[in-house]
Design a protein around this ligand. Structure first.
Ligand SMILES: [Zn+2]
Length: 269
């Protein structure tokens, strides 16, 4: 069994403000960078102790140079920085065969009150819709896993994204470390989060096969941009169209084409 782990930061235990996620603000960032690494290490330890042979860790936040590999167990490899391929936070999943995907540090979608830092890919959109559902990075990355036939077995992060994940994939193992309310957060003790994530990863390996992602046959994405001129410029992507002055739409029955649209229109807005 080989695990692919995509690690974000805004759903790390205790995080509630942007400087805590930004490596240029060392005073705020440093303890949360350590906690992010500790949570990833716990997920790797859990997976390995339950029988996984290897974990490929994708550092998937901002610079993608956050996690300290020194505290991770030996049987890991790490994908750092951004290759520029369409898989983005899942970069590497298409390069070899994996048996399970884990998400750590994940967060609620743009417009969701479940995390003070909720967003979808960046702050240049108000919200993103996918087949009529408000779209999170989790949903995009889960469909990418589904596209490559890999089950999504675990997610850790805020309670809102964990709850959403349970609805999409009932057998998924979740560890909600934070509960957001307005601009604030109620979090568990960071050491408790680490302990629970390690135990959850063991469970997740056992239940991985039950965690198949249900793939829609058709995809319709709408991006509500903050600025009308960005929407205008982006609607020239082949096949895209404007719904109104700020909303760009795209349709495909091929998830990889949605990823291509996201790469040029959503992520690089
Ligand atoms: Zn992030």
């Amino acid at each position: 069994m080989k695990v692919f782990l995509s690690a974000d930061m805004e759903g790390t235990c205790g995080i509630v403000s942007w400087p805590e996620t930004d490596r240029s603000t060392s005073f705020d960032y440093s303890p949360y960078c350590k906690q992010m690494s500790a949570e990833v290490a716990a997920a790797c330890r859990g997976a390995l102790s339950a029988g996984a042979e290897e974990v490929l860790v994708k550092d998937a936040h901002d610079s993608a140079r956050n996690i300290d590999p020194n505290i991770l167990p030996r049987k890991i490899r790490m994908n750092r920085s951004w290759s520029g391929d369409l898989l983005s936070m899942m970069s590497g999943l298409d390069q070899e065969k994996f048996d399970a995907v884990f998400f750590t540090g994940y967060h609620a979608w743009a417009g969701c009150p479940g995390n003070a830092l909720s967003h979808t890919m960046n702050g240049r959109n108000n919200q993103v819709w996918l087949n009529g559902v408000l779209c999170s990075e989790f949903l995009i990355n889960a469909y990418t896993a589904g596209y490559f036939g890999v089950p999504v077995a675990m997610i850790t992060g805020d309670a809102a994204i964990c709850e959403f994940a349970k609805q999409l994939i009932p057998a998924i193992t979740t560890v909600p470390v934070n509960v957001g309310r307005g601009g604030g957060v109620t979090s568990m003790h960071p050491a408790e989060a680490v302990e629970r994530i390690e135990a959850a990863a063991q469970e997740a390996v056992k239940h991985a096969r039950e965690c198949v992602v249900p793939m829609p046959e058709q995809f319709h994405m709408e991006i509500d941009f903050v600025k009308h001129h960005v929407a205008y410029s982006k609607h020239f992507y082949p096949g895209a169209y404007l719904k109104d002055n700020k909303v760009v739409c795209f349709d495909s029955n091929d998830w990889y084409e949605i990823l291509r649209f996201c790469h040029f229109v959503l992520s690089n807005a």
